[in-house]
Design a protein around this ligand. Structure first.
Ligand SMILES: [Zn+2]
Length: 117
């Protein structure tokens, strides 16, 4: 399994309409090493462009949780994933929008799987 970094941000769940802190894993920062970012942080990237990056995340709000003595967790079969759109300018995370919010901006986005950062 490859390493990743994570962005923690409040994103509204399209199913429950609640805004909750979500972990969005990203694999496109340089020298990924389980770092965590929040909105306003500068990502370790070498790309000065304004980008909208499409990602998805496992939703804390609508995924069924299983109790264990180590705390609640989400089984892989119970994962509910949603798309989100990360707005980056000068390598800084400006905002993260839901699919519905992003569609209203009429911006285009990149898919990190086939984009060279
Ligand atoms: Zn959800």
């Amino acid at each position: 399994m490859g390493l990743f970094d994570s962005i923690y941000a409040e994103v509204e769940c399209p199913a429950t309409k609640t805004k909750e802190k979500q972990e969005i894993q990203i694999k496109w920062s340089q020298q990924r090493s389980l770092r965590t970012y929040k909105i306003g942080d500068v990502v370790d990237l070498d790309n000065k462009n304004t980008l909208w990056v499409k990602e998805d995340y496992v939703c804390n709000s609508c995924s069924r949780k299983t109790r264990s003595k180590f705390g609640d967790f989400i089984k892989v079969v119970d994962q509910q994933r949603h798309d989100c759109y990360i707005h980056i300018k000068n390598n800084k995370i400006l905002e993260i929008l839901t699919e519905n919010e992003f569609s209203k901006t009429k911006n285009s986005c990149i898919n990190p799987d086939n984009y060279e950062f």
